[in-house]
Design a protein around this ligand. Structure first.
Ligand code: HEC
Ligand code: HEC
Ligand code: HEC
Ligand code: HEC
Length: 173
């Protein structure tokens, strides 16, 4: 047993490491971790308490009646306003406070509350032909070819909205 003290030291060290680990773990692991699964149970409540950032089309139609009517009557009434424009919460808050007429500069100050639309990237999210996309949704394989086929000139600055009205899809004359 000449080497016994080596083992004692080794196990003492392991015990210290284990105790330190348990002490740190008790400090950092939230109390409700694991009560519903391998996550913090109160995270669900916290997420549910957050204000929804997407409001739905009803939140846009009063102020943007003309766009809304064109959209509703056209071929493009499946994608919702916020599918293309991004979450509307901040924009609606800014625009609804007091009277917009009293603050004509407001839209200039806060135009980026909505996703800046380029009118091309948004379209291709849904309309670029891919293997798994349902064939009922009309899609285009190649932007350059589509533009030229439809009588346009393709450049780096070309946009779908050069020809299509984004709200109705109707081709501009
Ligand atoms: C309380 C009124 C109000 C509401 C509600 C509202 N808007 Fe607006 N919005 C405005 C005003 C005013 C402007 C600036 C004038 C304009 O372009 O018509 C504007 C501008 C915009 C623009 C152009 C932004 C730019 O940078 O040119 C977009 C896109 C837009 N709104 C989308 C939406 C969407 C989507 C919703 C619903 C989530 C919405 N708005 C709800 C009042 C409103
Ligand atoms: C398919 C994508 C798409 C959808 C859906 C959509 N928009 Fe737009 N919207 C655009 C694009 C792209 C532009 C920029 C048009 C341009 O540059 O010619 C735009 C421009 C606008 C503008 C500023 C110019 C204008 O035409 O008055 C407003 C306001 C607007 N959208 C509101 C809305 C509202 C409200 C809805 C829902 C009823 C909506 N949009 C749905 C893509 C969309
Ligand atoms: C969120 C998905 C989505 C986005 C983004 C989108 N579209 Fe559409 N688009 C559709 C759906 C779905 C239809 C089929 C008609 C319907 O059910 O509303 C459609 C129909 C069309 C059509 C008519 C096809 C036909 O039947 O003749 C054209 C053209 C079109 N979109 C062009 C565009 C352009 C241009 C943009 C960008 C400004 C765009 N789309 C953005 C989903 C989308
Ligand atoms: C030079 C003008 C022009 C440009 C730019 C353009 N289109 Fe078109 N697009 C047309 C014409 C014209 C049609 C045929 C419309 C019709 O028959 O009602 C069409 C039809 C479509 C259709 C229906 C399917 C088909 O092939 O008939 C979709 C989807 C479409 N375009 C999406 C887009 C998207 C997305 C972009 C941008 C990446 C775009 N278009 C750019 C002119 C254009």
């Amino acid at each position: 047993m000449r080497h016994a003290k080596h083992f004692v030291r080794l196990f003492a060290l392991l015990a210290v490491v284990l105790i330190a680990f348990l002490a740190v773990r008790a400090q950092v692991v939230p109390k409700d971790f694991g009560t519903l699964g391998r996550f913090r149970a109160s995270a669900i409540k916290e997420a549910a308490m957050r204000e929804p950032r997407h409001l739905g089309n009803e939140a846009c139609s009063d102020c943007h009646a003309k766009v809304n009517d064109a959209w509703a009557a056209g071929k493009h009434h499946t994608p919702q306003c916020e599918n293309c424009h991004g979450p509307g919460l901040l924009h609606v808050k800014v625009m609804s406070e007091d009277s917009v007429a009293a603050y004509p500069d407001r839209i200039k100050a806060f135009p980026k509350a909505l996703r800046p639309t380029t009118g091309t990237q948004e379209c291709l999210w849904c309309h670029l032909k891919t293997f798994e996309r349902p064939s009922a949704l009309k899609s285009i394989k190649n932007v350059e070819r589509h533009t030229i086929e439809k009588g346009g000139t393709f450049t780096a600055a070309s946009k779908c909205t050069d020809c299509h009205n984004p709200h109705t899809t109707v081709v501009k004359q």
